[in-house]
Design a protein around this ligand. Structure first.
Ligand code: ADP
Ligand code: ZN
Ligand code: ZN
Length: 737
């Protein structure tokens, strides 16, 4: 027997299979999907067996034996291998990187975390406990503190472990593992609602496809507060009734406590939660529950897409426009694209949900006909959308107000404080001051390792937001020794300080990655706010989505221009999405709500359309711009990023690739269809001491782009046999910094 082996090293040059002979001693221990050890050159390395066959004809010269079997497996299925091959050819990544993303994580054999114990109360308990007082105590403790482990419960009840074991043996305590339990601290029962007429119009076609087991992609465009979650829940229930599983993807688990709560409430132990903050043991437990079929609803971030569900009937991608669905390391896949591929193979239904769909998705649904559009245009119970007021900060300056807040915003905040209602203030930048410079010589304080200005934090330190380099704030300019140093650019910390100065009696919270770095701190801040123990919450985009807090009647956007002028063709789209999302936090109850957007560009269409809750108007303008400028969805982009420690080498590599790519395009006569831009320094020219150059190409079809890029990379590897330059290939990039 011969085995085709995929080397377990994610290198482009090794991205093919190699043949090995299966020695007699190992026959029967190796199958397709086994993890094996092989000798490669002079090394022993790991590889995956992708196929086995009986050789016909003479053996190739120099064929070697497999050295050993590490895991008979199979550690992946045929389907998973096919998905990896698809991912590799779509995103131009090594097959083995794709495979590692898709297959079972190889984790410790068993979870170190003991299961939690939950009490049951069958009739006749008193009799049982009559002669066992310590068991009674333990059982009562379990009732008041459910979910403790065996040892914890024994300690809490001050009884011996044998008393606990006796209860377990009698079936009065049941052991259950629940990952992510800490996320459900404030679990509140949520009952299913009858769908509103509009929700039903959206649900019916989904149900129809589920029933017919037909693949379809729906774009559910429902405004904020329209009850998309309820549509998901009904769809999930329908998929379960048909004996299939459901996957629900969310941008970030910690940011969606309410949705998690709803699903847990409706589907209980059927829900498995998968996200990056689980411990290995927790993750393994969840995978097992899914694999065994005891959890049929999988909720999680991007990678939950690869959970071992047997027969997914439904894949929901909530907030489908979120950039976090794109993985920013190899394989640089987009969860939406991968979900579509999986669903096609499984005859599953995909529901992409958003109040502000990505321009690409809305285009696919409304013009290209690839998706079916479902619209919910009203909030549940006809609650009105908050009124949005755009505040022109240029007028404020003319009036002599150079402060962070306009008069209008300040008086609205004051008004809420008086009425005991809550306010959210949004600014998409953390830290105190984001730009420190010398007023004498103009020197800007930059990170010594990155091409990025340092941010001043309230603890008196300057921090690089790219590499975390930290240094004390200088008293004198490092270049001219002047003490005249200016701090400008506003972050959330400055907002917090200003608000506390202006409203000394207000209870203020701040939520950004500085205040939420410890596990559980995010939840704590949210709880404090949700329970009405604070008046004002200041935050970055962390607070923009998912929150449904009735007492919030005012949302203030301190500076809408931050995203608007980013060097990215999606800047307008991101601004519109962010503003709509933040605005959606206001007015979720009968108290109504109001939103104020402070900007220096009140006439920009992203801001005017957001202020009128008019996605359609935004889309129509944006799609025109994209068409004129030849950006997606009219073209597909590919970005090559080169990094290295020697600037000249990085530049050379980028220019060489540019030449190769141009040659290929010319020689194949594709000048009308493929455009190659010059290699240039990336917008952030250096990160962590590595210089960065990039080059962007675009084509009418993604297939064409992939084919050309593949050919180009092969030629490049050929001309640059051993290079110290790292090349990153990004198909359909979300980020261009
Ligand atoms: P979205 O995700 O679209 O912004 P949510 O799913 O958060 O909206 O729903 C908004 C609110 O409406 C929630 O409090 C939810 O419980 C409630 N809700 C949803 N559907 C219904 C319904 N059919 N009847 C009554 N209330 C509903
Ligand atoms: Zn100076
Ligand atoms: Zn840095």
């Amino acid at each position: 027997m011969h085995a085709e082996v995929l080397i377990n090293l994610p290198a482009r040059r090794l991205d093919r299979t190699f043949s090995y002979r299966v020695p007699i001693a190992l026959e029967g221990q190796v199958t397709t999907g086994s993890l094996v050890q092989i000798s490669f050159g002079r090394q022993k390395i790991e590889g995956y067996v992708t196929s086995l066959r009986n050789p016909d004809g003479p053996e190739p010269a120099g064929i070697k034996d497999l050295s050993a079997v590490i895991d008979r497996g199979p550690v992946f299925t045929h389907e998973q291998l096919n998905l990896a091959l698809w991912m590799s050819s779509y995103y131009l990544c090594p097959t083995v990187s794709a495979l590692q993303t898709i297959i079972w994580p190889r984790l410790a054999r068993s979870s170190r975390q003991a299961p939690g114990l939950w009490p049951l109360s069958p009739p006749g308990l008193e009799v049982v406990f009559k002669r066992a007082p310590s068991q009674k105590t333990a059982w009562e403790t379990a009732l008041s503190q459910p979910g403790l482990t065996r040892l914890e419960l024994a300690a809490a009840a001050k009884v011996s472990v044998s008393a606990i074991d006796a209860l377990t043996a009698k079936g009065l305590l049941i052991a259950q593992k629940r990952a992510g339990k800490h996320l459900l601290n404030n679990f509140v029962e949520s009952r299913p609602f009858d769908l509103t007429a509009q929700q039903k119009t959206a649900f019916d076609p989904i149900f129809d496809r589920l029933k017919k087991k037909e693949h379809e992609v729906f774009l559910l465009n429902g405004i904020t507060g329209s009850g998309k979650t309820e549509v998901y829940c009904h769809s999930v229930a329908a998929a379960l009734r048909m004996g299939r599983q459901a996957l629900i993807l969310v941008p970030e688990i910690a940011l969606t406590p309410q949705m998690l709560n709803t699903f847990h409430s409706r589907f209980g132990e059927e829900v498995a939660i998968l996200h990056s903050r689980l411990s290995d043991g927790e993750r393994r437990d969840e995978w097992l529950r899914i694999k065994e079929g005891s959890a049929n609803v999988v909720m999680g971030t991007r990678s939950a897409l690869f959970a071992p569900v047997q027969n997914p009937g439904l894949i929901v991608i909530d907030e489908e426009h979120e950039p976090s669905y794109k993985q920013e390391e190899s394989p640089r896949y987009h969860a939406r694209t991968a979900a579509l591929e999986i669903a096609k193979n499984k005859q599953a239904v995909v529901v992409l949900g958003s109040a502000t769909p990505s321009v690409e998705s809305f285009f696919s649904a409304s013009f290209a006909g690839a998706y079916q559009l479902l619209t919910i245009s009203e909030r549940v119970e006809k609650r009105s959308l908050p009124k949005i007021q755009v505040v022109d900060m240029r007028e404020e300056i003319k009036k002599g107000n150079q402060e962070l807040f306009s008069q209008a915003l300040l008086s609205s905040i004051k008004d809420r404080l008086g009425k005991n209602e809550q306010t959210i203030l949004f600014l998409n930048r953390r830290g105190f001051s984001t730009f420190i410079s010398c007023r004498e010589c103009g020197q800007v304080m930059k990170c010594p390792h990155c091409d990025i200005s340092l941010t001043y934090h309230i603890n008196g330190r300057l921090v690089c937001h790219y590499c975390n380099y930290t240094v004390g704030a200088p008293r004198f300019c490092p270049s001219c020794r002047s003490s005249y140093i200016s701090y400008s650019g506003t972050g959330t910390q400055k907002i917090e300080l200003e608000i506390k100065r202006l409203f000394p009696d207000a209870r203020v919270l701040r939520m950004d990655s500085d205040t939420t770095s410890r596990k559980g701190s995010h939840q704590k801040i949210l709880d404090t706010f949700c329970q009405g123990n604070a008046d004002i919450m200041i935050g970055t985009q962390m607070i923009a989505k998912g929150l449904d807090i009735p007492a919030v009647t005012l949302v203030g956007v301190v500076n809408a221009d931050l995203t608007l002028y980013m060097p990215d063709f999606r800047a307008a789209e991101r601004t519109f999405q962010l503003l709509t999302q933040v605005a959606g936090r206001a007015g979720r109850s009968d108290l109504g709500g109001e939103v104020m957007i402070q900007t220096h560009s009140p006439e920009h269409f992203a801001i005017t359309s957001a202020s009128e809750h008019d996605y359609q108007a935004f889309f129509e303008q944006e799609i025109k711009n994209r068409e004129i400028l030849n950006y997606p969805p009219f073209t597909s982009l590919c970005r090559f990023l080169f990094t290295g420690t020697v600037h000249m080498e990085v530049e050379n590599a980028a220019k060489t690739l540019y030449n190769i790519l141009s040659e290929i395009v010319n020689s194949e006569g594709l000048n009308n269809q493929v455009q190659v831009f010059n290699a240039v320094p990336a917008p952030v020219n250096r990160i962590k001491n590595r210089y960065r150059w990039h080059l962007i190409s675009r084509a009418l079809s993604v297939k064409q782009l992939q084919d050309i890029s593949r050919a180009c990379l092969n030629e490049f590897d050929h001309r640059y046999p051993s290079s110290k330059i790292r090349i990153i290939v990004d198909i359909e990039p979300q980020n261009m910094f």
